[in-house]
Design a protein around this ligand. Structure first.
Ligand SMILES: [Zn+2]
Length: 286
């Protein structure tokens, strides 16, 4: 096979590179979440459930619309891979790609987790993040990403030839089977790209490769959400632990994650209603 000839830059290369970018999806037209309303409701909320996710496993949890859920690094730095489903209709799932297109590569307070087509509506809104202070580090790393997919045994097998059964993809599959009773092959197809809770990631400046580094989260750090619709959540405590070295193995130190659900007082959200499915008529020009 002959190598492709080198491509020389055109005379106006710098002028082409100097063209200013435009934001693909300006979100100014979206009505912003009423964080003050959510905060007031959260103030009077009472804890109604909790689930501990053991290291290298996943657990399911349910959050009715109008309630809150908090994911906490219970004992030490730990990355979590989060899937969200509309509880009554599991075909409506979190769409990390469109969430990324709307809010950016990493999420924080005020950002929403959107469902896929044809619903494309907020499933949850982030209402608190103890890592809000982190921002962007010198490597371009940020926290809580929607760019990684989830660690999975197929990519691991592709790159190493080894089989490993506690990748987040498999953990999420097992937990979904246990929660729904669905056959494993069907449940596996419902597992989707995640919000990488607490994960610190970015792209390298020179090669543009996806990188991870040890999460800045410590015991007690949390990310909290408001459920905009009835949710079935599934959370995996990634085998990468703090994701500072490697994942898809039993090497890294891992910690459990805690999920707590809080219900506000019944009269706290009278001015709020769940978002309706997207208004597009689905005729597609036919
Ligand atoms: Zn993982």
């Amino acid at each position: 096979m002959t190598a492709a000839p080198p491509v020389s830059a055109p005379d106006d290369a710098e002028a082409r590179r100097a063209v200013a970018p435009v934001i693909c999806y300006p979100v100014e037209s979206l009505s912003p979440p009423d964080l003050a309303l959510y905060a007031a409701a959260r103030n009077g909320a009472a804890k109604v459930a909790e689930t501990t996710v053991p290291p290298r496993h996943a657990r399911a949890f349910r959050v009715p619309a109008g309630q809150f859920f908090r994911i906490t690094c219970a004992q030490g730095p730990q990355v979590g891979d989060l899937n969200l489903f509309h509880a009554p209709h599991l075909s409506e799932r979190f769409y990390s790609g469109k969430t990324r297109a709307l809010h950016g590569t990493h999420l924080s307070t005020g950002d929403r987790l959107w469902s896929g087509f044809p619903n494309l509506r907020p499933m949850a809104t982030i209402v608190a993040d103890t890592l809000d202070w982190y921002g962007c580090d010198a490597f371009g790393g940020r926290v809580h990403d929607v760019i990684g997919t989830r660690c999975d045994p197929y990519t691991h097998h592709l790159l190493s030839g080894q089989d490993y059964h506690h990748c987040c993809h498999s953990n999420l599959t097992r937990a979904l089977v246990r929660e729904t009773g669905l056959p494993a092959p069907e449940a596996e197809t419902m597992v989707h790209d995640v919000l990488n809770v607490f994960m610190c990631t970015g792209f390298t400046a020179d090669t543009g490769q996806y990188f991870m580094k040890a999460t800045p989260a410590r015991a007690g750090d949390y990310l909290e959400f408001f459920a905009e619709i009835d949710l079935l959540g599934v959370l995996s405590a990634c085998p990468g632990g703090d994701c500072g070295s490697e994942h898809s193995s039993d090497t890294a130190i891992c910690h459990p994650l805690l999920v707590e659900v809080f219900a506000p007082a019944t009269d706290a959200l009278t001015s709020w209603s769940p978002p309706t499915p997207n208004g597009y008529d689905r005729s597609h020009g036919l």
